[in-house]
Design a protein around this ligand. Structure first.
Ligand code: BDR
Ligand code: CA
Length: 309
């Protein structure tokens, strides 16, 4: 099996992505490193522990990372995910416990333990991965594949007109990641918009008689209502789409390679991902951009994450 390390800030769509990863039989989740992002670190850590419990994977270690971005103060997305990040439904605490090791150190250690094989998927602000790269610049030589949910390739942002949340929260960290790895696979917000899930379908899946569907119905209720009010008939599960690509790359219908940089200054564009579509910069391609994914396969992955056939 392919060893899979997930850096995450759960978060309702992170939760679906994690259930998807745990349900996959070709990948083995070797750890969750937890970032602050959708909500503060104390909540994202608690939610990651809960997810392991719900998935029946208390053997998977959970590592807490940096409580805030590298340079600028944190912004959260509690208005989307709830103050506790899981829809404020009063979930009981998990019996799983957080490991002592810092997330950045765990990324480095696991890269040695699975040298040449490790697959790193990042679903939140990239603070932990950037810290690991600064502590050990040789990290990319031991990582086989790295995939990030983040960015808005044509400046159709979700947190500002130009920027997507994960990159906008910690643009310096994103810059470190995109300059350190020779090639990063990136699933952006615009790919998410092109692969929305109909609320009517999602509601039918969540009606299923499985523990995971019941759990997910509960934690996603608030965010689905918010999404229906503000975004219409489709729900956009960014991290779940990124994870479907990670787990099942053969179902991609279109990917483009291009140079990509992150705007760290900018009056209106801090956190924007600038894709050199016309190759005008002279830089080498450093990103594989997700454009299209087989929608039926994505939806099949969501259903199996929820315990449906
Ligand atoms: C990303 O931001 C977060 O709110 C989601 O969990 C996802 O990782 C989408 O922009
Ligand atoms: Ca996330």
């Amino acid at each position: 099996k392919i060893p899979l390390l997930i850096d995450t800030d759960p978060g309702v769509d992170d939760a679906l992505a994690l259930l998807m990863a745990f349900a996959d039989d070709r990948h083995d989740v070797v750890g969750l490193t937890v970032a602050a992002g959708n909500v503060g670190l104390e909540h994202t850590v608690r939610n990651a522990l809960k997810l392991c419990e719900v998935a029946g994977r208390m053997d998977v270690p959970v590592f807490a990372g940096a409580p805030e971005p590298l340079v600028h103060p944190a912004e959260d997305a509690a208005h989307v995910h709830g103050v506790d990040g899981f829809g404020d439904v009063g979930l009981p605490l998990a019996s799983h416990t957080v490991s002592d090791e810092h997330a950045a150190l765990a990324i480095i250690r696991l890269s040695h333990e699975h040298a040449g094989k490790l697959f790193l998927v990042a679903l939140g602000p990239l603070t932990n991965v950037a810290l690991a790269l600064k502590l050990d610049p040789s990290l990319p030589t031991r990582i086989k594949r790295v995939l990030v949910m983040g960015g808005a390739f044509s400046a159709h942002g979700n947190i500002t007109p130009a920027a997507e949340f994960n990159i906008a929260v910690d643009p310096e960290a994103a810059h470190i990641v995109f300059t350190a790895f020779p090639m990063v696979e990136v699933a952006d917000w615009e790919a998410t918009l092109a692969h929305g899930l109909l609320h009517t379908d999602v509601m039918a899946w969540l009606d299923a008689d499985t523990d995971k569907a019941r759990f997910y119905e509960l934690i996603s209720r608030k965010t689905r209502l918010w999404s229906e009010d503000s975004r219409g008939e489709r729900w956009y599960a960014a991290d779940a789409l990124a994870m479907a690509w990670a787990l099942e790359p053969e179902s991609v219908t279109r990917v483009e390679s291009r140079p990509l940089v992150v705007e760290m200054a900018g009056t209106h564009t801090r956190g924007a991902t600038i894709v050199d579509w016309n190759r005008q910069s002279g830089r080498s391609d450093n990103a594989q951009l997700l454009i299209g994914y087989d929608q039926r396969r994505f939806e099949a992955r969501v259903r199996s994450a929820l315990g449906l056939n």
